[in-house]
Design a protein around this ligand. Structure first.
Ligand code: HSE
Length: 313
């Protein structure tokens, strides 16, 4: 099969399902990610009518553009360009369940859904945009690898960026988290832009704090997979959470409250959602401690990552 020249597009409407993701998980800043059972679905179809039309339902429906500026559409065009050419027109329908601006990977979900859909709509797309290049494109658009890696692969992931010019540029180590872990997310009604949260981080951090996190991040990979008894210590952080406190004081208070009760908890990604690594027994306690200011969801771990699903599923 030829992988150069203008691509041929599949006519059938195609649906992708992508999980929400929590990044950092405490000490693993820009490295650790966890996919959870909360999903956005996007259906795409190439058309002969030129232009991009986007229909959006659910989370963020009122705040996103309905044309070529929509993040899924923009990402699909980047992928089509990488595969040799764009279709004449494109129709998208987004069913969003992942809240926007809350630290649950909604932009990573949009980017991954766009890349996976574009590839599925091109005959021979898997050869034109191989996995390593798809991941690199996702990270280039998102700016950091932790959410997109977990969104693509499911489960827990450790992701890293190699030195410029190395190939593949992005490395991912998928982990299989213990079935005993029950992720509970406490989502406040306010949002925080990742850009703002990143601007609060200092240029330099004390060596002792780096050492503190290095031990815990290493421990986290064992705690997530085999030694859940270590999760409490392994989710402690000194690199980013306290620098960002001013962006989400109530969420920071909740992390402290949960930890004071012995429940492993951290800020999810760039916040302001709080993620607790509960057990079947302690999940309800998280909801009680979070109270009415947070919408608390007891979730599962998504182990599949982004996938093409039947149109009627
Ligand atoms: N690692 C990123 C951050 C995740 O904390 O800024 C953003 O979702």
């Amino acid at each position: 099969m030829s992988v150069s020249g203008r691509p041929t597009f599949r006519a059938a409407a195609t649906r992708v399902r992508v999980p929400a993701t929590s990044a950092n998980l405490g000490p693993g800043f820009d490295a650790f990610g966890l996919a959870v059972t909360l999903y956005d679905d996007v259906v795409a179809q190439v058309t002969d009518e030129s232009g991009v039309r986007v229909d959006v339902h659910g989370e963020g429906a009122d705040g996103v553009p309905r044309d070529h500026r929509h993040l899924v559409a923009k990402t699909m065009m980047r992928a089509f360009d990488a595969m040799g050419g764009r279709p004449r027109g494109l129709d998208l329908v987004c069913a969003n369940r992942i809240p926007h601006g809350r630290g649950l990977g909604s932009s990573a979900a949009a980017i991954v859904s766009g890349l996976v859909l574009a590839r599925a709509l091109v005959v021979g797309g898997d050869e034109r945009l191989v996995d390593a290049d798809l991941l690199e494109l996702a990270v280039e658009i998102e700016g950091h690898p932790d959410n997109v890696a977990a969104c693509l692969y499911g489960g827990a992931t450790i992701a890293w960026t190699r030195a410029a010019g190395e190939h593949p540029l992005i490395g991912v180590l998928p982990l299989s988290p213990s079935p005993d872990i029950v992720p509970v997310v406490c989502v406040p009604s306010t949002s925080v832009a990742t850009k703002k949260a990143r601007s609060l981080l200092p240029e330099h951090i004390p060596h002792a704090d780096a050492a503190w996190n290095a031990a815990r991040a290493a421990m986290l990979s064992i705690a997530l997979t085999q030694r859940t008894d270590l999760l409490f210590e392994a989710t402690d952080d000194r690199l980013h959470q306290h620098y960002r406190r001013s962006a989400f004081p109530r969420s920071s208070d909740l992390v402290e409250k949960l930890r004071a009760a012995g429940i492993p908890a951290a800020i999810s990604g760039a916040g302001p959602t709080v993620i607790a690594f509960a057990t079947a027994d302690s999940a309800a306690d998280v909801a009680l401690l979070a109270g009415a200011r947070f919408t608390t969801d007891i979730l599962g771990i998504d182990r599949e990552g982004a996938r093409i699903v039947a149109l009627d599923s």
